[in-house]
Design a protein around this ligand. Structure first.
Ligand code: 13P
Ligand code: SF4
Length: 347
């Protein structure tokens, strides 16, 4: 039963004490997040992982790229575990290192040495390493603006991977017009652009989040019509049109804080992942809160981490077995850390 599983997880936590550390992303299910020692968005979780020097086992409740980042930022002796290896990220899967290695020389040919690569942390360790070795940095949704602004102090152009929406929304926020942004299509190895290429300031990888893509202008129009006094807040992984028409946009952390600080009785439609929206609804019974998409939008891969998988990973430790260890090879980690440290130094 659920109660029995919960009791067994609590038992393992007690037995292992500080030898065990469980970070949990805000998009995780309640049944999992209740056992997290730290909750946060991807930036906060990267920071806690970097700070934790004590835990022998870091059982990461989030997705694969986050566990990779935790492995890179912790010491060699610390073991990072992902309770279900199928917890990937469809956005991270949209950029493969081979594709990036194919794109880069073509872009160099066209633009010379004027481009700095930046990658959203939602990417493989290999891509972080590529970016790190080419002078660039990682970004998250909470520091994207700061990092893109920094990138423009380094080079004339940026190459933003793998989320075109976060890249476009952030660059637009910083004053780059859409006409100066082009999309790189990794399946055809071409730049989607029909102006004078010299104008291009931002090259966006053609990737997106399959969860945030489900919030559309139609949903916004529906709220405007049916609930004209409701405010709409969305994550910057939503499309440019959606972000422009919403009242506010920001990272997971920003959304949580904005709703928490909003006055009692205020009304909100939120465009982000379902587990988080449901949790925010529960935490604020004094506010009227709905999902911007009435069918809600779960992240199927985040949801792979559930109570049975968490329990299995934890009880294996008691039996002296490490299951689902995430290890980033040293040569990859050495490059990736350059990109991560450039971000953490500024975040
Ligand atoms: P943040 O945690 O940076 O807001 O990113 C959201 C997300 O999609 C994580 O996978
Ligand atoms: Fe990836 Fe989107 Fe899921 Fe985040 S919400 S893990 S970006 S698919």
């Amino acid at each position: 039963s659920v109660e029995e599983m919960e009791k067994r997880v609590a038992d393992v936590k007690q037995q292992l004490g500080t030898r065990l550390f469980i970070p949990g992303h805000h998009y995780q299910k309640d049944e999992v997040i209740q056992f997290a020692d730290a909750t946060g968005d991807s930036l906060q979780l990267a920071q806690v992982a970097a700070k934790n020097k004590d835990a022998e086992y870091i059982v990461f409740c989030g997705v694969h790229f986050m566990a990779e980042t935790a492995d890179i930022l912790t010491s060699d002796e610390q073991i990072v575990i992902l309770p279900d290896m199928r917890a990937g990220c469809s956005m991270a899967d949209m950029a493969e290192i081979e594709q990036v290695e194919r794109a880069w020389p073509l872009l160099q040919q066209r633009f010379g040495d004027t481009i700095l690569p930046l990658t959203y942390v939602n990417s493989t360790a290999a891509i972080k390493a590529f970016v790190g070795l080419h002078g660039g940095a990682t970004v998250t949704s909470s520091n994207a603006k700061k990092m893109v602004a920094w990138a423009f102090t380094q080079k004339e152009r940026i190459f933003f991977l793998p989320d075109q929406h976060l890249g476009r929304n952030t660059a637009y926020d910083l004053g780059v017009p859409l006409e100066q942004m082009a999309v790189w299509d990794p399946t055809t190895n071409t730049l989607e652009y029909d102006g004078d290429m010299e104008q291009i300031k931002v090259i966006l990888w053609k990737g997106h989040c399959s969860v945030h893509e489900n919030f559309t202008v139609k949903h916004i129009e529906h709220i405007r019509k049916t609930k004209p006094d409701m405010k709409i807040i969305v994550h910057p992984e939503c499309s440019w049109e959606v972000v422009q028409q919403a009242d506010d946009a920001g990272s997971t952390k920003y959304i949580i804080e904005t709703i928490a600080n909003a006055p009692s009785g205020s009304k909100w439609a939120i465009g982000t992942e379902m587990n988080l929206v449901n949790r925010i609804i529960k935490q604020h019974p004094d506010k009227e809160i709905v999902s911007l998409n009435p069918y809600m939008c779960p992240c199927l891969t985040m949801n792979r981490i559930d109570l049975p998988h968490l329990l299995w990973a934890l009880e294996s430790l008691l039996e002296g077995k490490v299951v689902n260890r995430i290890t980033v090879p040293k040569d990859v980690a050495d490059g990736a850390i350059l990109a991560l440290e450039r971000m953490l130094a500024r975040a």
